[in-house]
Design a protein around this ligand. Sequence first.
Ligand SMILES: Cc1ncc(COP(=O)(O)O)c(C=O)c1O
Length: 352
Amino acid sequence: MTDPLTLARPEILALEPYQHAAWLPELTRLHANENPWSDAGDPPGAGLNRYPEPQSAELCAALARVYGVAPEAVLAGRGSDEGIDLLVRAFCRAGHDRILVCPPTFGMYRVAAAIQGAGVVEVPLDHSFGLDARAILEAWTPAVRIVFLCSPNNPTGNRIADTELELLLAGLAGRALVVVDEAYAEFAPGSGTPGRLAGHPELVVLRTLSKAHGLAGARVGAVIADPGIIGLLARMLPPYALTAPSIRAALTALAPERLLRTAERVRRLVAERERVAANLGRLASVRRVWPSDANFLLVEFRDAPAALAAARSAGLLLRDLSGQPRLAGCIRITIGSPADNDRLLAALGELP
Ligand SMILES: Cc1ncc(COP(=O)(O)O)c(C=O)c1O
């Protein structure tokens, strides 16, 4: 097996990381130029006058437990967006290397590449939004350092077939990182690839607490990968990336009793998704509802601007995708509370 760090930028491998103030919470901190007084109301020892632990060991252990991997295989950052950015900066040389994406898919991969000055190779999903592993392998060149996959995919809602992923992992071994963004994996029971990491050092999995765990406002996500990759990204991460309130919120969300509640909420959202999909499918204004394994639906309307306007006049915002290639007439609808969903169905039901 090849060491995946051979794919990383040499200057990042040689990077001398910033030396943050030592984390020794049992000692009084006169080494980090903090203010000694915190606002009344801060919990003792956890005041916002103090910098947080640079990479919370407790949080990494909790994430590792939930995802079934070793703590050394986990990096906690500001949402999976930060993981995407770190990976592109660590593995793509500006003006030289490329990422590969399979549109229509999540837009941040392309944005991170543009910021880094990396090129983008596109291998579109097939007519039913399936991944074409053979076409990806054909499009690969040595400049392609990262292949970004998304499962379940945003905005199409479907997941990648196991056979295609296996083909890619075999074909790209030693050649490129295969990043599987699993922001919506909890809504697709039985999916999730962290279990495959052992045999595939190039596999990187992105997970987030923003979706199923209901913590989008805390901005906590995880990169799950070979410990060598995690160590490299950790050296690039700003020293106190996650704030103390975010760390506390994440630890609360990952406690066993909260995980049970999360699982129950996921079941309710999935049931709502199926109810909304069935009802939308009966509307005259709807041309097609794509099957979804996520917490949203991709819906093709006969008149997308009219559907957006009807929702807007009921006070509801939807995501217009109709201008994007292959998504003519399409709108992405997030599954909300049953009351929000009823309001939407009523508004769209008025359309001819
Ligand atoms: C596929 C996908 N990946 C990542 C993200 C970003 O998630 P986070 O909130 O963890 O940065 C999103 C957000 O919508 C997403 O759809």
